[in-house]
Design a protein around this ligand. Structure first.
Ligand SMILES: *Cc1c(COP(=O)(O)O)cnc(C)c1O
Length: 476
């Protein structure tokens, strides 16, 4: 594509843009169970208008745009107050969970560099259920990820296993409230005690849980302590663009004190250009996500959030009970809120996901690990809470249909993958595998079961190569 010689009309452009969405999954109908968090029409409208109001302002320089400073400090303080941050606690808005986590790891690394200079090869301890963003941060920032297995019954990490992994190089402990994959909360209080005992920083990833769990607590649901109430917790990430229902591009990274947060901020004057001071990763940043979050939080108020959380929790219970009532399926662990996954000993859940996709539902496949089975993930939110009965009906049908289908021959695929791993030219062998899995070129796959089967069979390191090659081709 080239920039057109002559500009197109607004009508033509908007019609074309809308047409681009024709193959997207239908989130507006509440059929997508991840990626999108919909607070309902009125709150979404307020968010949209506020977002557009600040489309052009730039958060780069608060001296030019004091409005951006005000929006950020207000949104951060509202979130801190929800998560029991005291007057010493501070934070920043970022573009998402990934950036918040990247910054928490950078802060830990730079604090260790300053205060524990004998550590040359810093390590952070991650439960197997920690989000991949921590591995990305480790990769970007040269911090070694030390992965600790979880209890395969509860899907939670055990504090004693975390403690065993601590070495003289450890700079950071990590736990989730809750984990994305199974939606369970790690033993935050016990890990907080470890952090204090060993004089370590402790980051709680409340990217998905921060807002929702806080309002569950206010509604009287039993929620274990997971926030700054817990001694030893030194930083928390909370994505407002997930269960805070804000527009995408908005997360909060919070620290117990400025003494920790100062290692996050970057300044540079060694240039002919303007003096640069960046508290977060980005420099220029649009005001839309800030204003959108500010508007939404003020529009919903505590009452609005409570209504949403109550509705979603009731729907989540119904959905989990309904899935457990299907003999072939079972919900994994004891999810803390409205995110969970389910597995099957009888049918191939990836085939079930494809069957559901034919009916317009999107359920997210998750791979097996040595201790945990392959499963499908469901994040229920206000925008799809009303679809529980319809989803259950289609799940029951879907299971029946998958049972009549030829099962995917997992053993054959494992053998094929094994042969590729052993072959003298694994890259070429994987190229072949990619072709047979339909993962090539710039076409998007229509069925995922076979692809998921191949990916699930691949050793992690090779799977990553495979996926990188795929995306390297997909974006032409
Ligand atoms: C979504 C998520 C992240 C990453 O957040 P993004 O906003 O997608 O960058 C990190 N941790 C958990 C638990 C998450 O669910």
């Amino acid at each position: 594509m080239y920039i057109p010689q002559t500009g197109l009309s607004k009508e033509e452009i908007l019609a074309t843009l809308r047409a681009f969405k024709s193959r997207d999954m239908d989130w507006k109908a509440g059929k997508v169970f991840c990626y999108v968090y919909n607070p309902g029409e009125d709150p979404a409208e307020v968010t949209r208008e506020a977002y557009l109001e600040f489309l052009t302002e730039n958060g780069l320089d608060p001296t030019v745009f004091p409005s951006m400073l005000k929006l950020e400090t207000d949104v951060v303080r509202m979130t801190l107050n929800l998560l029991h941050g005291d007057a010493n606690a501070v934070g920043h808005l970022t573009t998402g969970g990934t950036e918040s986590i990247l910054l928490a790891v950078k802060t830990a690394r730079d604090k260790a560099r300053a205060e524990k200079p004998h550590i040359k090869e810093p390590e952070m301890i991650l439960p197997k259920t920690a989000h991949a963003a921590f591995h990305k941060a480790a990769h970007y920032l040269c911090v070694k990820p030390v992965v600790v297995d979880i209890d395969p019954q509860t899907f939670k990490v055990r504090a004693e296993d975390m403690e065993k992994a601590i070495t003289g190089n450890t700079i950071l402990l990590v736990a989730s409230a809750p984990s994305y994959s199974q939606g369970v909360i790690d033993p935050i209080a016990e890990i907080g005690a470890l952090a204090q005992k060993h004089n370590l920083l402790f980051h709680v990833d409340a990217c998905v849980g921060g807002v929702h769990l806080s309002f569950m607590r206010k509604l009287g649901y039993e929620v274990p302590d997971f926030d700054f109430n817990v001694p030893g917790v030194t930083s928390i990430s909370c994505d407002l663009h997930k269960y805070g229902y804000a527009a995408k591009g908005c997360s909060v990274i919070m620290y117990r004190s400025k003494a920790i947060r100062k290692y996050q901020i970057f300044a540079c004057t060694d240039t002919t250009a303007y003096t640069l001071i960046n508290p977060t990763v980005l420099s220029s940043k649009g005001g839309g996500p800030y204003a959108g979050a500010w508007a939404l939080m003020n529009f919903l108020g505590e009452e609005g959030y409570k209504r949403i959380v109550q509705t979603v929790q009731e729907a989540a219970k119904k959905l989990m009970d309904g899935i457990n009532a299907i003999p072939e399926l079972r919900v994994l662990g004891q999810p803390a809120m409205c995110m969970f996954s389910f597995a099957s000993e009888v049918i191939n859940v990836y085939q079930l996901a494809d069957e559901m996709a034919k009916r317009g539902w999107y359920l997210q496949g998750q791979f097996s690990t040595p201790l945990t089975p392959r499963n499908l993930h469901v994040s229920l939110n206000f925008g799809n809470a009303h679809r529980v009965d319809a989803l259950l009906a289609d799940l029951r049908d879907g299971v029946k249909i998958v049972k009549t289908k030829t099962p995917i021959d997992s053993d054959a695929i494992r053998a094929m993958v094994g042969a590729a791993v052993q072959s003298p030219d694994p890259e070429a062998a994987f190229g072949q595998l990619a072709v047979s899995a339909g993962l090539t070129g710039t076409d998007l796959p229509s069925e995922m079961a076979f692809i998921n089967e191949v990916l699930d069979a691949l050793p992690d390191a090779l799977c990553n190569v495979f996926l990188v090659n795929y995306f390297n081709d997909l974006y032409s």
